[in-house]
Write a protein that binds this ligand. Sequence first.
Ligand SMILES: [Zn+2]
Length: 70
Amino acid sequence: MAKCLNCGTRFDVSTVRDEYEEYVGDGDYDGELCAECAIPDLESNLNLGHAIMMMNGDEDYDEDHVEKWL
Ligand SMILES: [Zn+2]
């Protein structure tokens, strides 16, 4: 078992990696955070990424999303 660097919860790296990969679709999970700590971060990063792509015209523009995340 690994210990989360953020909250100290003990977790199983391979289980969290599976959840992470299911959520993101690829595996850049570093094995240092539990699911609760790794995945909310991930969600805000993904949403920020989408907002930037919208600003660049790479994705359909969604004003509410851009205002919320940028
Ligand atoms: Zn944690």
